[in-house]
Design a protein around this ligand. Structure first.
Ligand SMILES: *Cc1c(COP(=O)(O)O)cnc(C)c1O
Length: 354
């Protein structure tokens, strides 16, 4: 949350303004967030999961279609593919960073493939050079789940400008939070109008209730003025906040290079991570986590792989590179709350061994 002095007056004002539903505060926040990303074709929603669901609908994904996705993510990336009835085909991951491996994806494309879902896990950016090529060659849209990657870049530009659809989450633990919230970014303005109807029961906010005709089922996915007000205040601190993650991440990259038992991840060409989590591979992970815990520092692998859930049983297959990655990766604290002294202490601990 922003400092109390910055947030509370704005929050109190909106709470007692008589207008807490979707209104001007949402449109103001949307404009600020669009400027930050550098893309005007973006709409706010109530969660990242809502944005994922809308992206899959707008991409035209239907029951019987196949979507190539990654098990190395939070569950909503994949449970929302089931919401549109499609079958998930698991791509394998690059064992050096846990990100979807374009070589694996190529071998999985069939005439049923309707989309490729990329997750910029922990703020590391997928191999966009290769995925852009694949998308063009097979004419299959890429959907980027950028819930971990606010402030990450590809070719110098913010994530949110590259693919037909990019999804952001503003949930409690993400880089920037509005308590709950999300954004759907689109490459063009062609589907903006439809996206805005889908987030509001299928109704157009531009017309009066009496003039409206619902032609397709929509959802209750809009952000409200209260969450948006928190978002607008957060935007005053966004650069400072994300720069802290990036400064910490880069410092770890430098300080942990060559440390026995540690293997750094490989960042893809032309990409810049925003280090939502600091990710690395370690030998004897259980011992590493115990050593860190004894010093009062949480280190963990965070996410459970998605492909082992019962609802995805029809998609089960062997993923040898995922096995390799999954047994060795770990995260250490990297966010805005880690100051220089804490970071140095963490580095020294790791250097002492485990
Ligand atoms: C948080 C998250 C989501 C879902 O976002 P919500 O705003 O919680 O709905 C989707 N994908 C990933 C990778 C996430 O981390």
């Amino acid at each position: 949350m922003p400092p109390r002095e910055a947030l509370m007056p704005a929050l109190e004002e909106i709470l007692y303004s008589g207008y807490i539903a979707t209104g001007q505060a949402v449109y103001d926040f949307e404009n600020q967030f669009r400027s930050y990303i550098g893309n005007q074709n973006m709409i706010s929603v109530h969660s990242g999961t809502d944005a994922l669901h809308l992206a899959y609908i707008l991409a035209g994904i239907k029951p019987g279609d196949e979507v190539i996705s990654t098990p190395m993510t939070a569950e909503p990336t994949n449970t929302s593919i089931k919401m549109v009835g499609a079958k998930i085909v698991w791509g394998d991951v690059d064992p050096s960073n846990g990100l979807l491996d374009p070589k694996s994806v190529r071998t999985l494309i069939t005439e049923k493939t309707k989309a490729i879902v990329l997750v910029h896990y922990a703020g590391m950016v997928c191999d966009m050079d290769e995925f852009n090529k694949i998308s063009e060659e097979f004419n299959i849209p890429v959907i980027e789940d950028a819930a971990h990657a606010l402030g990450s870049r590809y070719n110098g530009k913010m994530i949110g400008n590259n693919s037909p659809y990019t999804v952001f989450s503003l949930q409690a633990i993400k880089h920037l939070t509005t308590v709950d919230g999300g954004f759907l970014a689109m490459k063009t303005d062609r589907q903006m109008e439809r996206a805005m109807r889908l987030r509001w029961f299928g109704l157009s906010k531009d017309k009066s209730r009496l003039e409206n005709d619902i032609t397709e089922v929509g959802y209750k996915y809009a952000m409200n003025n209260v969450n948006a007000t928190i978002g607008s205040v957060q935007m005053k601190f966004i650069n400072e906040n994300i720069n802290r993650y990036i400064t910490n991440g880069k410092a770890y990259d430098k300080a942990l290079k060559g440390v026995p038992g540690v293997r750094l991840v490989k960042y893809n060409q032309h990409t810049e991570p925003s280090y939502w989590l600091y990710t690395m591979r370690v030998e004897n992970r259980a011992d590493f986590i115990r050593m860190m815990e004894a010093a009062g520092i949480t280190a963990s692998p965070l996410h459970h792989r998605s492909d082992t859930h019962t609802i995805f049983n029809e998609s089960r297959r062997e993923l040898p590179q995922m096995e390799e990655w999954y047994s060795s990766f770990v995260h250490i604290p990297c966010g805005w709350w880690v100051d220089d002294a804490a970071r140095d202490r963490i580095v020294e601990l790791i250097k002492k061994g485990w």
